[in-house]
Design a protein around this ligand. Structure first.
Ligand SMILES: CC(C)(COP(=O)(O)OP(=O)(O)OC[C@H]1O[C@@H](n2cnc3c(N)ncnc32)[C@H](O)[C@@H]1OP(=O)(O)O)[C@@H](O)C(=O)NCCC(=O)NCCS
Length: 376
């Protein structure tokens, strides 16, 4: 049998100047800046600028970039009606995939792949995505839609449109840190999907639509929902140990643990753990947080030596729950953040494109007779 890398494990398939990961040492940097530094000191707008320009903006550049991002939060005419025609019970990930794709039909020049045009489209899509998800959530809850406020930043505006009231500073900041930590992560499955699609010189809408489809899977962006279900399933903190050990004994996966690349602590989990603890205290969800830390202790004792630690999804579940987000909105939050990374990779791919076209090792038969249909 031909030797090949199943799941492309270990294969380097593209160059990037955006994020660097050292899975053995537990390092993640965006353009050389450790993720902990960005998460504790930066804003989401600044992070997007960094990823798309490979440098931090100065004060004027940041103001201009943020103004541009916040100016495009409104949906094009016709998009809201399209959204209000969707079935209320649709999963928000399917809504995201459909509506991001639909945006292409409201763009006069959707197929333009000149870098400046793509950058402009990326900005508009990133600005409109929170409006799409907030509108849909209010529509299905039977609540009036709340228009975006262009004077609010990305995090404040999204939570305002979703809840109808401006969030507390702690909540907006927690949400912003989730956005920063999820913005980019090397050539993960959905990012690879986006790059593969744009490498045919297709359009940014097609590439992002494909990426959302990839992210939806439970082995990728869907794990944070599984974490929350597990936390609800464990009755009390004292039940954590037997529950987790039972799962491991039955060889079941514990959601929110393990990673294809990180075999040390996931640096994003550390940032989110701090946030989750603070928010849990602020919102009366201490028990949820205590269950989480106990799960982490039990897992560390049981499988830490095998390099299986809490990943980004583990504490983002508690954080999103404390912010008041419904379970099926967890993965769409990942989309909001990762649109920044996907778009940056699309720009990188277009700037130095070569069509992705690997080969498959054929393992079927040869020289078979063609049997007439009546003899089969
Ligand atoms: C993310 C993930 C798919 C990466 O897996 P991978 O590199 O393909 O590794 P594998 O799934 O082959 O796992 C290797 C071993 O570790 C074990 N393992 C990995 N993650 C585990 C987990 N979360 N709980 C329990 N055991 C785990 C596997 O059972 C396997 O054990 P074995 O060698 O005895 O069969 C995997 O860790 C996982 O399914 N985690 C849970 C889902 C999740 O949180 N995904 C979000 C990632 S950010």
């Amino acid at each position: 049998m031909t030797d090949y890398a199943k799941g492309l494990e270990g294969v380097i398939a593209a160059e990037t100047r955006m994020s660097y990961i050292d899975g053995q040492k537990g390092i993640l940097e965006y353009v050389g800046i450790p993720i902990g530094e960005l998460a504790s000191k930066g804003t989401f707008e600044e992070t997007v600028f960094l990823l798309w320009n490979q440098r931090l903006p100065n004060r004027d550049e940041l103001a201009e970039f943020a103004r541009n991002m916040h100016a495009h939060t409104g949906l094009p005419a016709g998009m809201t009606n399209r959204l209000l025609a969707l079935p209320m019970q649709a999963h928000p990930m399917h809504v995201m995939r459909t509506m991001i794709s639909a945006l292409s039909m409201h763009d006069e020049d959707p197929n333009n792949i000149e870098l400046d045009a793509v950058r402009d489209k990326a900005m508009k899509i990133l600005s409109r995505a929170p409006t799409i998800i907030a509108y849909f959530d209010r529509y299905r809850r039977g609540l009036p839609l709340i228009d975006p406020k262009p004077d609010l930043d990305f995090a404040h505006n999204f939570l305002y449109m979703l809840n109808g009231a401006e969030p507390t500073e702690a909540m907006a900041r927690a949400f912003e840190i989730c956005m920063i930590t999820h913005a980019d992560h090397g050539l993960n499955n959905s990012t690879f999907t986006a790059r593969v699609i744009i490498s045919t010189l297709s359009d940014i809408y097609s590439a992002l639509t494909g990426a959302i489809g990839s992210l939806r899977g439970p082995l990728h962006g869907g794990a944070n929902e599984g974490v929350m279900r597990m936390l609800w399933e464990i009755p009390t903190v004292d039940d954590v140990e037997p529950y987790i050990l039972g799962k491991l004994e039955r060889k079941e996966k514990v959601m929110g643990f393990g990673h294809r690349v990180y075999k040390a602590h996931d640096p994003r989990a550390a940032e989110l753990k701090k946030l989750a603890g603070q928010l849990a205290r602020d919102t009366g969800n201490e028990e949820l947080y205590e269950k989480s830390t106990r799960i982490e202790q039990v897992m560390e004792r049981a499988v830490g030596s095998r390099g299986i630690y809490a990943n980004v999804d583990f504490y983002s579940a508690t954080t999103y729950h404390c912010i008041g987000l419904k379970l099926d909105l967890f993965t769409p939050m990942f989309v909001l953040a990762r649109l920044a990374g996907w778009s940056g990779h699309i720009l990188e791919q277009l700037a130095d494109n070569r069509l992705f076209r690997p080969k498959a090792a054929y393992v079927g038969p040869h020289d078979q007779p063609y049997t007439p249909i009546e003899q089969r």
